[in-house]
Design a protein around this ligand. Structure first.
Ligand code: HMG
Ligand code: MG
Length: 302
């Protein structure tokens, strides 16, 4: 099997994970967790999000978190930004990199950011222009790339349509999200085959939610297609508003185990990520779905 030698992990737990937790994690605890993540060898952490705090109250403390964390100059500290108002707040808090986001499907885009797909492009263009003018790199997310909870299956050509417009704005990388964690390897393969007709593998990252336990299988398919960047969340944090009780992003520690055992380097310390997963479990008072966190918990208890 042809596999890459090295993969970059983009840790999105503090944003994608914590935005989905019912409990508001105290600001101090968030800062400590991010500082703990900064000591694991990760070189990219998505710290928070500057969306409307009414929509995501769990991250209403975005500015304070970004300002108070201990920065390691080897790490990019990114944040999600939906519009110019969000960009202004993110720049004020000294964000390193901006992530804009939209969906490949109309139903999810409307429900998530209150606009049609075509109405979203000018809003994001303003963010990208502003971020680039401030000397920041911009990453783009495309959600619901496999299927949408409102519109059903997404055609790969629709993902290409959105990606082309985002790249035209000057975005350096696009993360393709199986937002509701329904995808299976044949679908991921079909999507990537189409995407790779138009874009280079280095321009793409994959963002799998493990709602139905298919995330690592989808990672394998992506690796076989030459993808070398993956988003994941320590502990497998998060959930899915469309599937009650479901697990969140693929767990960073489970992904690391898979990659390291196959001889793929990441530069990230598995044990330290497992410890961070146990830290958040203690804060929220429940066990998360991650397999490697369960093993670390078992080792601590015995
Ligand atoms: P809207 O209500 O259409 O916004 O929301 P608006 O532009 O009409 O403004 C309404 C009011 O909100 C105004 O205040 C604005 O100033 C204020 P007023 O003048 O009435 O007093 N406002 C803001 N305040 C603070 N920060 C802001 C901001 N923007 C406007 N940034 C908006 C549109 C996009 C803001 C809203 O729909 C929103 O915040 N949505 C966020 C949804 C979200 O965070 N979803 C989860 C993240 S996406 C995700 O998880 C998927 C991903 O992980 C990948 C995957 O899994 O596929 C990335
Ligand atoms: Mg996500």
């Amino acid at each position: 099997m042809q596999l890459p030698k090295r993969v970059q992990i983009k840790e999105v737990g503090p944003r994608d994970g914590l935005q989905n937790e019912i409990m508001f994690i105290p600001t101090d605890a968030k800062i400590k967790l991010i500082n703990q993540l900064s000591d694991t060898g990760l070189n990219y952490i998505e710290v928070t999000s500057f969306v409307h705090p009414k929509w995501i109250p769990q991250l209403a403390d975005a500015a304070e978190v970004l300002k108070e964390i201990k920065r390691n100059t080897d790490i990019t500290y990114a944040a999600l930004v939906p519009n110019s108002k969000g960009l202004e707040r993110a720049l004020d808090a000294h964000v390193d990199e901006v992530s804009v986001f939209m969906s490949a499907s109309e139903g999810h885009n409307k429900s998530n950011i209150n606009k049609s797909i075509d109405e979203t492009f000018p809003v994001l263009k303003e963010v990208v222009d502003g971020a680039l003018a401030a000397g920041k790199r911009v990453r783009g997310y495309i959600s619901t790339v496999i299927s949408c909870p409102y519109d059903g299956y997404t055609k790969p050509e629709q993902v290409v349509y959105v990606a082309e417009r985002l790249f035209d704005m000057g975005i350096t990388e696009i993360s393709l999200g199986d937002t509701i964690g329904v995808g299976v390897p044949t679908q991921v393969d079909a999507l990537l085959q189409e995407m790779l007709h138009h874009f280079k593998a280095e321009q793409l990252a994959m963002h799998f939610h493990d709602t139905r336990g298919t995330a690592l299988a989808n990672v394998m398919t992506s690796l076989a297609n030459g993808i070398t960047k993956f988003d994941s969340a320590f502990g497998g944090l998060g959930g899915c508003p469309y599937a009650k009780g479901a697990s969140g992003n693929v767990a960073t520690e489970d992904l690391l185990y898979l990659l390291h055992e196959m001889g793929i380097e990441t530069g990230v310390n598995l044990k330290k990520i497992q410890q961070t997963a146990l830290s958040i479990e203690r804060i929220i008072g429940k066990n998360l779905s991650s397999k490697l966190a369960a093993i670390a918990r078992g080792e601590e208890e015995s």
